[in-house]
Design a protein. Structure first.
Lengths: 190, 655
């Protein structure tokens, strides 16, 4: 008994290495999304560029697409615009969900749609425009329902409006090939 | 040219480390004295070549040699010269070379300053350090080469050093921290060598103690500097974040603290052997686990280096071999070791045992808190995160009994202690600390039943008790002046370190309770009042630094109309990296810090400012500093430099 006692540290350490090993091959930022394999939550939000156009989930049915949460304030989002534009050219449908940052009533300028539109247009002209259109989530209600924890994040939504993948972080060639492209193929087949 | 020479130097260092890892150890088993004698020159040579490699890298940074990938990505021509030097260890590759240099440095120190050690034991210790060197030099050479060139296409300007790292604290923080981490390799090697020989006695413990103390000293300083750096550089006045990487440095510190206490028992009483050896293994093992966590990307943290599964895999295999191997040896050898010493329930041994239990519990809490999210996810239970509230609450519960026991500890005798003789002095200490704590708080007009009161009471108890104990000991030698010279340096060191802990506890409790903070919108000429201080924004103007622009704000601070100080807060925009950094303005006094950070420009010629008044926050770092000084004092103890009597030398050599 006493003999085995001195092997306890070794046993605990080996157990630890098993976890460290498996941790090495999984992305620490990856989280299980609560919205996975469920229909898009209900919403009725205005288009960013044509505010009279109101988008609802039903209007998005019929084609698999990427819902990309972004904002001009987010450097990583701006960085991925280029690659997303390339994907658009390859025929991937991408819809933007514009995530507007909360404003402090005392410090910040009040929200102004005109300035934002100019800002967005300028960014998209600089870096490329991957979006079919942009949905403006001014109150961040849809982002909240989807379980968005920051930007950029991307959801893969199938033709029936079911969320099939939730990617946190930017999309680059490596991530697209390794993770999202297979899923996109799988869910865009009729 | 110089860069290639650096590469070559590192290759030579690798060759020497291979020889060091093989020859002396082999020699120790076949009783070949010549092989054992090779250990010292090999260790010194290895250090020399590592040093040359580091100098070559620094040279590449100073000469803006952007053909080297590492330089191009972490430096620029506009970077001030001192940051060009520190940039050489700002990246993963460079910091790994620094790590290697420190490891080789410790090895050389052991080789140089262990004349008292039997040749066989020294050969084994250096051989084991050689094995660790092989692992890390190979990692630096093959997995993350700092000298890699990007020829033929190289940039004309570098991408600059991460602005977060452009700070004085950053010049000091990594080297000291690494000295600490790597320093535990020495205690580790001593433990393994002892496991091989099967001998752990007071003599062995006395040999290890100064090395463990030195490593602990550097680790304490390194952690403290890191905290100070975060306070000045991250812009919101925090000093500890329970970030995974901070935790990775805190765990070896806790194990190391337990180790230096446990070593005291092994040295004085020849017991706690299995405990001490395990702690010596654990302190270094936790340093390695920390290195793995930071460099593999398993955990997300602000400190993380770029992630690469290949590097992570290498480190994990290395970890498995070194730590797994040593724990296996521990399991095989330790069961034959017996401790004979007897002691009663109330004795110094038991108090120190309690100390170890608390420190290891703390270590376990940090360990679980840091890694639980990983376990949880890998078991398929989904993602969770464990944050500050968990750690704060746990440490709140742990600190109370720990501090109470710490006040008691130094009074208790070895073997056996009667209760009655302690009642009077400790009663007096209790009364004195109560008066002191209440007095200080009353002078601030804030006696309330809160965390600050608790912290003050515990801090005063530990501090007063430590002082009273050392006074009493001196008087035992006759007069105080007589006793002052009789008492050995390690006793003063202990007292100073314990007072440091008291100061730290007071600092944490007071800061946590009485920090006041306000976010304000100010135009030039506006005044904001916080905790009785009037902050007036005098001027805001544009900055023009060597590699940054931005704005600076000038503030005048008054209290009751009396001028206190002038504050200068900056918001820098680093041009190449395109990042904004806050340089907080801090006016530091022992009793409080005034802390102002400049925020966004607001419409209407106004600025957002964050103003904080943080009482006693200096005490946190002062406490850390006192602890390090305590360790330094203890290192100066004469008995670590005494020559081993030839009789013992012979005995150990035969072991």
């Amino acid at each position: 008994m006493r003999k085995l006692f001195f092997y306890v540290p070794l046993a605990l350490f080996l157990l630890l290495t098993v976890f460290l090993l498996s941790g090495l091959f999984s992305d620490p930022r990856e989280r299980e999304s609560a919205s996975l394999n469920k229909a898009l939550p209900e919403f009725a939000l205005a288009d960013l560029m044509q505010p009279q156009q109101i988008w609802t989930p039903q209007q998005l049915h019929g084609e698999t697409f990427l819902l990309n949460v972004w904002g001009t304030w987010c450097p990583t989002c701006n960085a991925e615009l280029g690659y997303l534009t390339e994907l658009r050219k390859q025929g991937v449908k991408i819809v933007g969900l514009y995530y507007e940052l909360p404003r402090d009533p005392t410090f910040d300028t009040p929200f102004n749609l005109k300035t934002l539109q100019q800002d967005v247009a300028q960014k998209l002209q600089q870096n490329g425009d991957p979006y079919q259109f942009n949905i403006l989530d001014l109150e961040r209600s849809l982002s909240l329902d989807l379980g968005v924890s920051g930007a950029p994040e991307t959801f893969l939504v199938d033709a029936d409006g079911i969320v099939r993948a939730h990617h946190i972080g930017d999309i680059n060639p490596r991530i697209w090939r390794a993770k999202l492209a297979p899923l996109y193929q799988q869910w865009s087949q009729p | 040219m110089i860069v290639e020479a650096g590469q070559l130097a590192l290759t030579f260092a690798f060759a020497l480390s291979l020889l060091l890892a093989i020859l002396p150890l082999y020699g120790s088993f076949v009783a070949n004295q010549r092989m054992l004698l090779l250990a010292k020159p090999l260790a010194l040579g290895q250090f020399l070549f590592c040093l040359l490699a580091m100098l070559a890298l620094i040279y590449a940074f100073r000469t803006n040699d952007f053909t080297v990938v590492n330089v191009a990505q972490n430096s620029s021509t506009t970077l001030p010269w001192y940051y060009q030097i520190t940039a050489s260890f700002g990246s993963h590759e460079g910091s790994m070379l620094l790590w290697v240099l420190m490891l080789a440095g410790w090895t050389a120190l052991v080789a140089q300053f262990s004349k008292a050690l039997p040749l066989l034991l020294l050969g084994r210790i250096l051989g084991i350090l050689g094995i660790i060197c092989v692992g890390f030099i190979a990692f630096s050479l093959f997995m993350s080469n700092p000298f890699e060139r990007s020829l033929p296409f190289f940039p004309v300007e570098g991408r600059d050093l991460n602005p977060l790292l452009q700070d004085f604290g950053m010049i000091m923080h990594p080297p000291t921290l690494y000295m600490g981490y790597v320093g535990f390799a020495v205690a580790f090697a001593f433990a393994i060598a002892a496991l091989m020989g099967g001998r752990f006695d007071s003599v062995w413990a006395r040999w290890v103690r100064p090395w463990a103390l030195a490593a602990w000293l550097f680790l304490t300083l390194g952690i403290m500097l890191g905290s100070w750096w975060a306070y000045n550089e991250l812009g919101w006045g925090g000093w500890w974040f329970w970030d995974p990487v901070e935790n990775a440095s805190f765990m070896p510190w806790l194990a190391g603290t337990a180790l230096i206490h446990s070593l005291a028992v092994t040295e004085k009483r020849g017991t706690f052997k299995s405990w001490t050896v395990l702690l010596a293994l654990a302190a270094f093992a936790l340093s390695l686990v920390g290195a793995f966590l930071v460099r593999s990307g398993v955990l997300v943290s602000v400190h993380s280096f770029a992630t690469d599964p290949g590097r992570g895999m290498y480190l994990l295999v290395f970890l498995l071999l070194v730590v797994g191997g040593s724990l296996l040896l521990y399991g095989m050898r330790m069961n034959s070791v017996r401790s004979q010493a007897r002691y009663q329930l109330f004795s110094r041994e038991m108090v120190l045992w309690g100390n170890n239990i608390f420190l290891l519990t703390a270590c376990l809490i940090v360990f679980l808190g840091t890694l639980f999210p990983l376990f949880h996810k890998e078991l398929g239970l989904g993602s969770i995160s464990i944050g500050e509230p968990f750690f704060n609450q746990m440490f709140y519960y742990l600190t109370i009994p720990f501090a109470l026991m710490l006040g008691l500890g130094p009074w208790v005798r070895w073997k056996q202690q009667q209760f009655t003789p302690l009642v009077k002095p400790l009663g007096l200490v209790a009364v004195a600390s109560l008066v002191l704590a209440l007095g200080v708080l009353a002078s601030m007009q804030s006696v309330q039943a809160n965390l600050a009161l608790l912290g003050m009471l515990l801090g005063a108890w530990v501090g007063v008790s430590a002082l009273a104990e050392v006074m009493l000991r001196m008087r035992q030698f006759g007069s105080v002046t007589q006793g002052m010279t009789k008492l050995n340096a390690s006793h003063y060191g202990m007292t100073l370190a314990h007072i440091g802990f008291a100061v730290l506890v007071i600092g944490v409790a007071m800061t946590k309770t009485y920090t006041e903070e306000r976010d304000v919108r100010m135009e030039e000429g506006d005044t904001a009042t916080l905790a009785g201080y009037q902050f007036t924004l005098v001027d805001v103007y544009d900055l023009d630094g060597p590699n940054y622009g931005g704005q600076a704000a000038e503030l005048d601070v008054r209290k009751d109309g009396r001028y206190i100080t002038h504050l200068h807060a900056e918001k820098r925009f680093y041009r190449i990296q395109r990042t904004i950094m806050t340089e907080a303005a801090v006016h530091a006094r022992l009793s409080r810090d005034l802390y102002v950070s400049l925020g966004e420009e607001l419409p209407g010629n106004a600025w957002a400012l964050r103003i904080q008044v943080k009482p006693f926050v200096r005490w946190i770092w002062l406490g850390g500093l006192l602890m390090s000084l305590g360790a330094l004092l203890a290192l100066a103890d004469k008995r670590y430099r005494r020559k081993t009597p030839p009789a013992i030398k012979q005995e150990v050599a035969n072991a």
